[in-house]
Design a protein around this ligand. Sequence first.
Ligand code: ADP
Ligand code: 5GP
Length: 210
Amino acid sequence: MTQSTRIPRRGVMFVLSSPSGAGKTTISRRLIEAGLRMSVSVTTRKMRPGEVDGKDYWFISPERFAAMVRDGELLEHATVYGYSYGTPRTPVEAALARGEDVLFDVDWQGTQQLRQAKPGDVVSVFVLPPSLKELERRLRGRGQDSEETVRRRLARAPDDMSHWAEYDYILVNDDLEDCVRRVQGTLEAERQRRDRLLGVGDFVRRLAQN
Ligand code: ADP
Ligand code: 5GP
């Protein structure tokens, strides 16, 4: 029998954060198209045009959200722009144990909590816009939010960006294709980290015996 050349490993919790409008949803979509699974968060905010319940988020009531927090069903949770967001625990733990990577689109508060909950599993990437002018252009160009919401998100950007030092990797999303390539390269490298390769000892032992 030929030996499998795949070393069993634990999945990566791959966290992407950025100030709103810098492009993390766009980058996430590309990673998902390439086969990465996304953690679907719960939120109490309203659905935007084009969003799908259960795909972009699970859109739930504040009462249901409070019950999930109370019952320990969330790996992390935070209030962002006045709404509650959180990461359901069970699907993430199951995927990691199967050796599958999971992508997270959470803010800096969520990143801190995920790292506390799963210190060895989290790899965090902070995406920066090339300039604030370009961030504003992207927020308006998205055409999904009211003028007030755009202003609120722009005003919050400097505070969001001040958390850069809490991340493992910092990437500027100037040219999209180039940024997607760098994000994919970061994930690919992290998949090979020795401490994730749970089966490496057995693998090397078998190699030595053959
Ligand atoms: P976020 O999820 O960070 O809030 P989005 O992914 O929704 O941001 O991107 C905001 C807008 O900017 C979208 O209209 C998207 O198409 C556009 N965008 C994303 N990345 C780039 C890029 N590198 N160059 C130009 N426009 C971009
Ligand atoms: P949006 O409403 O534009 O989709 O997301 C607003 C912000 O909430 C983004 O910064 C996004 O990263 C963050 N967010 C989305 N889901 C979660 C989550 O489950 N937990 C936390 N902490 N933040 C989240």
